[in-house]
Design a protein around this ligand. Structure first.
Ligand code: CP
Ligand code: NVA
Length: 349
């Protein structure tokens, strides 16, 4: 029986034959550290893993290896993507929650890294400062993957872009992605980088005090110029969203921010909520993305609490848009698993 084409391509790709890119032994801390070709390679690898998973083709290529997941903040998607991805690749996994390791309280990050690097082949870290994940990487001696810090969320980007590719026939160069809301947060900053690297126009649309900081703008502007795309900052919704291909938003208050920011943030970000009227400004075929979790109704403790406190039943996106045909948020969530698997495979093999 002939081998399905995707299997042949997958094998060539996995061996780095089609794209001679090797990420073996590399950390995955922020996308600024990766070239366009390396990001494109990870996206192709992700699609291959997705095809294999869908077709039920086993891919236990990393049997015998073990990884550890260190979480200082909560997670559903990132943790499960690493766990299922690792298990599909044949690896063992240890999960350490925010309270169950000595790290930070009784043991420094440096010492923790030196211990875990002796036990494990790779380390995932979700925490606060980017400098923490960098310190872990500097001392672990094995690949370290950033599962989110206050500054960056690089694994999220691969899932987001794979979803954009899937919806636009893998033709994403020159398309425009608009981030609505708190455009200074980890997700918006990371989106600016990945768009610049892949030739997509990036628009940050939100109030002036929620714009990305100069460090990320200064880093991205020359990359965007090199790749023929633009970076725009605007507080004007009509200007920002008209003709867009992708409308993206995230929570208005990120993990680790103090409770006091809720009130001013809600006030300043309400005009930037993603509504059907806003989606109508974008192209008819435009899609809606959100990294999730999302406050699109009051079916969560925090959502209900904020509804009572501030009288709003939806925050960054209306339930109507979230549940609409244009919304690809659950495809995007699934893609976390395929893309994180690609990152682990590429760096550990
Ligand atoms: N998008 C994302 O990182 O989700 P989790 O916080 O559930 O991991
Ligand atoms: N900006 C959000 C992303 C969650 C996936 C946060 O940091 O909480």
């Amino acid at each position: 029986m002939a081998r399905p084409a995707y299997r042949v391509v997958a094998n060539l790709l996995l061996k780095g034959i089609i794209m001679p890119v090797s990420l073996s032994g590399r950390h995955f801390l922020r996308l600024l550290d990766f070239s366009t070709e390396e990001i494109e390679y990870l996206l192709k690898l992700s699609k291959n893993f997705k095809d294999m998973k869908r077709a039920g083709v086993p891919h236990r290529y990393l049997e015998g290896k073990n990884i550890v997941l260190l979480f200082q903040k909560t997670s559903t998607r990132t943790r499960c993507a690493f766990e299922v991805g690792a298990m599909d690749l044949g690896m063992g996994v240890t999960y350490l929650d925010p309270n169950s390791s000595q790290m930070g309280k009784k043991e420094s990050i440096e010492d923790t890294a030196r211990v875990l690097g002796r036990f494990y082949d790779g380390i995932e870290f979700r925490g606060f400062a980017q400098s923490d994940v960098e310190e872990l990487a500097a001392n672990a001696g094995v690949p370290v993957w950033n599962g989110l810090t206050t500054e960056w969320h690089p694994t999220q980007m691969l899932a987001d872009i794979l979803t954009v590719q899937e919806n636009f026939n893998y033709d994403i160069k020159g398309r425009t992605l608009v981030f609505m809301g708190d455009a200074k947060n980890n997700v918006a900053r990371s989106l600016m980088v990945v768009c610049a690297k892949l030739g997509m126009n990036f628009v940050a649309c939100g109030p002036k005090d929620c714009m990305p900081a100069d460090d990320v703008l200064d880093a991205c502007r020359p990359i965007a110029a090199e790749n023929g795309c633009t970076i725009t900052l605007t507080d004007d919704v009509k200007e920002g969203c008209t003709g867009a291909d992708v409308i993206y938003t995230d929570v208005w208050v990120s993990m680790g921010e103090p409770d006091e920011v809720w009130e001013p943030r809600i006030k300043s970000l309400e005009p930037y909520r993603v509504t059907s009227e806003l989606m109508a400004l974008a192209k008819p075929e435009a899609i809606f993305l959100h990294c999730l979790p999302s406050f699109h109704d009051t079916n969560t403790t925090i959502g209900a609490q904020k509804a009572e406190q501030f009288g709003i039943t939806e925050m960054e996106v209306t339930d109507e848009v979230f549940e609409s045909k244009q919304s690809k948020v659950f495809d995007e969530a699934e893609n976390r698993m395929h893309t994180i698997k690609a990152v682990m495979y590429a760096t550990l093999s």
